[in-house]
Design a protein around this ligand. Structure first.
Ligand SMILES: [Zn+2]
Ligand SMILES: [Zn+2]
Length: 386
């Protein structure tokens, strides 16, 4: 769930790498084999991604998984901690110094074993960044991270009525089949022009369509919401009487990205102070490797979220992953509520919830920090007072 990656290492427990690498070499997605040795091979798959399968004996699997998972910073800290106890930690296992030559490891088959031998709790991979997780694991004080299976619904999605691909009925049926209790459809307001934002007449038609679907899919619930533009001058792109028709109002910056930090912060915080705004979407506006975050004071955004009860989104779009992980942790520490969303524009993109939850986990988020792990009534009741 890191924002971007280089290649992918796959650690495989086995005695004979030959037949395992044969499977990789023949896999339909593999375009070519770059190199093949006794324990490691490298292949290139579709889109040019390099995958390095590595075969290790089962007794070294945990140590190898830990080593190749990283991060480097986490592993350096762990190895230093081991050394202070006269232990050596490498990709084969944890040894008393000197015993590695004889292959007499203290722990190596599972990650849990290795961490336990270093007198700490197992650390979820998302936290392995040397950002305090090792001390927390020693103190048995790691958070119980939120899980994808705890998500009860998605609160930011689009349909073919604006810039999405699929009809609401398909988005709703897919969400229902996923086991969600609810789906908020949050098509755009008209301000951007190109996304064909909803007029008052189409909002009325959408409410009627949602009522029909709700009769069909009950107790599953389609919630009619909106992703309303925050205009350059800070005004919302719908008048209050239209905003009041939506049960979820997610406010977004989609234009005038080059504003100064003062302008952008006043624009965003002003929107968060609006009583009808439920959540702030993709708070930094960044597109990974394409567009820098806009100049917004995220400390002020977090303060406004806590003060007003506005939720802050963790957007799971692969280019966004926004709010970023380090800021998620600050938001949680200061008591803000997050909402993890896919921002799906097609039924298969509903699976981007996985990336939203992965990002939230990297920010140390637990179940109680997210609005959309709550059941329908509890989620609606926890919105800020209108
Ligand atoms: Zn948006
Ligand atoms: Zn959106």
């Amino acid at each position: 769930y890191k924002e971007t990656i280089g290649d992918v290492d796959i650690v495989i427990a086995g005695d004979d790498a030959g037949p395992i690498f044969d499977v990789f070499a023949r896999a339909p997605s593999v375009e070519r084999v770059l190199a093949r040795g006794d324990t490691k091979c490298s292949v290139i798959i579709d889109h040019g991604l390099q995958i390095d399968p590595r075969v290790v004996p089962s007794r070294s699997f945990g140590a190898a998984l830990l080593y190749f998972t990283g991060s480097k910073e986490h592993n350096v800290r762990l190895r230093g901690l081991a050394l202070r106890r006269k232990l050596l930690l490498n990709e084969y296992g944890l040894y008393r110094i000197g015993a590695e030559e004889r292959g007499q490891e203290i722990a190596s088959a599972t990650e849990e074993e290795v961490y336990a031998a270093l007198e700490m709790d197992w650390i979820p991979p998302e936290l392995r960044e040397d950002r305090g997780e090792i001390d927390a694991a020693k103190a048995h004080a790691l958070p119980t991270l939120v899980e994808l299976a705890q998500v009860r619904g998605d609160l930011h999605t689009h349909t073919n009525w604006t810039d999405g691909r699929d009809p609401l009925a398909d988005m709703a049926r897919r969400s229902c089949a996923k086991g969600y209790a609810y789906l908020a459809v949050t098509d755009h307001s008209p301000g951007l022009g190109m996304t064909n934002g909803l007029s008052p007449e189409r909002i009325a038609a959408r409410l009627a369509e949602a009522a029909r679907l709700n009769a069909e899919l009950a107790p599953f619930r389609v919630i009619v919401g909106t992703e309303v533009d925050i205009r350059a001058n800070g005004a919302l792109d719908y008048p209050d009487e239209l905003l009041a028709k939506f049960d979820i109002v997610s406010a977004s910056v989609h234009s005038s990205f080059a504003q100064t930090r003062e302008q952008m912060t006043a624009r965003v915080v002003g929107a968060m102070r609006h009583p009808l705004v439920t959540a702030l979407s993709h708070p930094t506006g960044r597109l990974l490797e394409k567009r820098e975050p806009h100049a917004v004071d995220l400390d002020a955004v977090i303060d406004a979220a806590v003060e007003t009860g506005t939720w802050i989104e963790v957007n799971g779009g692969p280019e966004r992953l926004d709010l970023p992980d380090t800021w998620i942790r600050k938001a949680i520490d200061r008591g803000a509520t997050l909402v993890a969303n896919s921002d799906a524009h097609a039924i298969e993109e509903l699976e981007w919830m996985d990336l939203a939850i992965g990002t939230a986990r990297r920010g140390w988020a637990a179940e109680e920090n997210l609005a959309n792990v709550r059941g329908l009534d509890a989620m609606l009741a926890s919105r800020k007072k209108r």
